[in-house]
Design a protein around this ligand. Sequence first.
Ligand code: SAH
Ligand code: SF4
Ligand code: F3S
Length: 487
Amino acid sequence: MEQNATPEIISHEEAPETGAARAAPKKVFVKTYGCQMNVYDSQRMADALAADGYRPTEAIEDADLVLLNTCHIREKAAEKVYSELGRIRRLKEERARNGRETVIGVAGCVAQAEGREILRRAPAVDLVIGPQTYHRLPSVVSRARGGEKIVETDYAIEDKFEHLPAPERKAVRSRGVTAFLTVQEGCDKFCTFCVVPYTRGSEVSRPVSQIVAEAERLAEAGVREVTLLGQNVNAWHGEGADGREWGLGELLFRLAEVPGIERLRYTTSHPRDMDDALIAAHRDLPKLMPYLHLPVQAGSDRILKAMNRRHTAKDYLRLIDRIRAARPDIAMSGDFIVGFPGETDADFEGTMRIVREVGYAQAFSFKYSPRPGTPGADMKDQVAEAVKNERLQRLQALLTEQQRSFAQSLVGTTIDLLLEKPGREAGQLVGRSPWLQPVIVDDGAGEIGDIVEVRIRQAGPNSLFADPVRSIDLGKARVATSKEEHV
Ligand code: SAH
Ligand code: SF4
Ligand code: F3S
C-alpha cells in the first residue's frame, strides 16, 4: 500500500443563520480528496454556499448538493472519483423517485484536467468547476438547479482570491484550533511527472494584506496554529508593509505578530526556493515549528535531471545542512517517487542513500504513475510494476523505521503540546507535537486550544502518549508560567 497524505475529509461545518437558510435550508455534502489545498478550498466552498443558504451535512443521502473536490495527482486518485460518481448517481436516482432533486458537482484538479469529459463519462454530473472558479460556485449551483449542465474551468486565479468570502467566525470555530491558509497557488516548476502546473495554473501569490486579514480573522475565532499553504509555498512573494519585496520568511515574521497565533507552519516547499530569509525565520522565530516538508523525490542525479527538479542530491543535502545549522531540532519530512522512467537499481540505491543520510521523521512515498499530458508519460524505459512494488516496499520499510526511531527518541522528553480535540476514548485529548505527531494525553491536561507542557511516556506506531508535566511536578510554578506565556 502506498503511504498517502490524502485523508478523505467530509466537511461538517455549521452554516451561519442567514435569512435564506431559514427560508429554504438546502444541504450540501462535500467530499475532499488530495492535498491540504483541497481541504482549504472545500472549506471556502462551504463558506460561499453558506452565504447562499446551504447547510453542510455529513449524510450524503440528505444532500441536495453533492460536491466532490478531486485530485488528479496519480491515476488511482483520479479513477476513484468515477467509482464514487457511480454510487452517487444511484443515490440521485433513488432521491428522484422520492421527488427530491440532487445536484452533483465535480470540483478540484480532475475537474480542471478533464472538464467536459467528466459529463461524458458520468452524465449524472450537473456541474464541473475548476479550482480557480470557486467564487462563482453559488451562481453556478443555482444555474445547475435550473437544469443547465455547466463546465466552468477558465478564470484568473486572482479573481478567486479577491472574491471568495472570508471564513465566518462560527464556521472557523467549528473547524477547531488549527487552520490552513492558502498564500500561494499554482506551480511553474514543471517536474516531468506532475500534473499540478496544468491543473492549478502558474504561480500566483496572495497579497500580504489579504493574508494578514485572514490570519487575524482566524485568530479572533480561536485558531492557535496556522499552516500556510501553496503548491510551492516558499515561492510566495509580495510587497511588504515596508514597501520592500518580501519572501515567505518575511511573511512568517509578520504573521507571528498576529495576536493569538502561537504556531506557524508552511507546506509544500521546493528545495530551489529555500532562501536565506526563510532559513533565518527557522532560526529566529520560536513560533515557526521545527518541522519541514521538503520533497526531494529521488536520490540519483540522473533521475533528478530527468524529473526536471533542477537540483542535485548534493544541493539538497547541503541545503539541509544549512537548515539544521539554523534550527538543530528541525525534523525533516519528504516525498519520494519510485520507478520513474529509466530508474535503474543503482538509481534507486541513490534514493535509499539520501534517505539514510537525511533521516526523516515522516515521509510519503509513491509508485510513479504516468499522467497523460506530462513529459514523463511519453518517456521510454517505463519501469515494470513488479519492480516498482519491490522498490516501494524497501523504501517504505526504511522510512517507517526512521519514523519509529524518531518517535522513540522523544520518549522521556518534555514538549509543548497544542490540545486540539477530544480523543477516541473518553477522558482523552489529542494534540500535536511541534513535529506534527498526534499526542494523546489525559483530559485533565488542559482545555482545547491550550499549549501545555507534557512528558512523552510512550511511542506507538502512529501516535505518542504523554503525561502533563503539571501532574508529575505537582505544584511547580513553571507549568503555570508556561501556560500563561502561551495562551
Ligand atoms: N508541490 C509539491 C508536491 C506536489 S504533489 C512539490 O513540489 O513537491 C505531492 C507529491 O506527489 C509529490 O511530491 C510527488 O512525490 C507525488 N507525485 C506527483 N506526481 C506523481 C506521479 N505522477 N506519480 C507518483 N507520484 C507523484
Ligand atoms: Fe509538481 Fe514539481 Fe510543481 Fe511540485 S514543484 S507541484 S512536484 S511540478
Ligand atoms: Fe491533487 Fe490537485 Fe492537490 S492534483 S495533490 S488536489 S493540487
